[in-house]
Design a binder for this molecule. Structure first.
Ligand code: 6PG
Length: 242
């Protein structure tokens, strides 16, 4: 199903992401008592996590996972977990038991990937159905650490995989594969700036296959939050939400 597209300035995108999070979070808690979330890194984290940290939400009901992580220790400035902890989970006092980080520092990344898949299934079921996945998008159309043309992006056997040669540094990463992303109740992809415009246009208006376009095609409920720069190459802008 085609993703819902929202184009707006930073304030409008923050409001939309916050409203999505709160609405879906409250509904998940009412239905099942828990709200499973997966986070990514990059500008999604630095630009939006401080706002999400200020939501009045019962964080004891939220279970936090990651869509991807760099193969670095939590204290490393490159750590997606470390950035989320400092900008959101720490300030919001999310209980540590509700935080399920990928162990990027593990000397055996395959073991770390397998262990994480088990942790994900324990909370989100098998196959896992995450309630709310938040991703950024790369200028090449990558999402999480699923890169165009990379075999891990086509991995249909595992829930979590190891990337040894990511084109975006650092090269070694852990990532959810496409299945748990496609299987999520809701996926929100945030893209800011003209550098992303080509990847967004290719995912929405052309058939160039990238992980972003595959997710847009296969997700049952995906929202694209774009600023004017990221949306600047879309031809059918008139039909998108404001
Ligand atoms: C990572 C991220 C990655 C990121 C995109 C977009 O670990 O690097 O998970 O998928 O979200 O590369 O990053 P920017 O929004 O910073 O361009």
């Amino acid at each position: 199903m085609a993703p819902q597209i929202l184009i707006g300035d930073r304030a409008a995108l923050e409001d939309a992401l916050s409203a999505d999070f709160e609405t879906r979070g409250r509904r998940a808690v009412e239905l099942r008592g828990v709200f499973s979330v997966a986070l990514s890194g990059g500008s999604l984290a630095t630009e939006f996590f401080p706002t999400l940290a200020r939501l009045s939400f019962d964080w004891s009901r939220a279970e936090f996972f990651w869509a991807d992580e760099r193969a670095v220790p939590p204290s490393d400035p490159e750590s997606n977990y470390g950035i989320a902890l400092s900008l959101w989970l720490g300030p919001a006092n999310v209980p540590p038991a509700n935080i399920h980080r990928m162990r990027g520092e593990d000397s055996d990344l395959q073991r770390a990937a397998s262990d994480y898949a088990g942790e994900l299934v324990d909370v989100a079921g098998n196959p896992p159905r995450l309630d709310f996945v938040m991703l950024g998008a790369g200028p090449d159309g990558h999402i999480a650490s699923l890169f165009p043309g990379h075999p891990v992006s086509r991995d249909g056997r595992h829930l979590v995989a190891v990337v040894e040669d990511a084109p975006k540094p650092p090269p070694r990463r852990l990532t959810l594969t496409m299945a748990p992303l496609v299987g999520a109740e809701c996926v929100v992809v945030v893209a800011l700036g003209k550098a992303k415009a080509g990847a967004i246009r290719n995912a929405i208006e052309r058939d160039e296959t990238t992980p972003l376009s595959v997710l847009a095609e296969r997700s049952g409920n995906m929202r694209l939050l774009l600023d004017e720069g990221a949306a600047s190459l879309l031809s059918n802008r008139g039909k998108v939400g404001r």
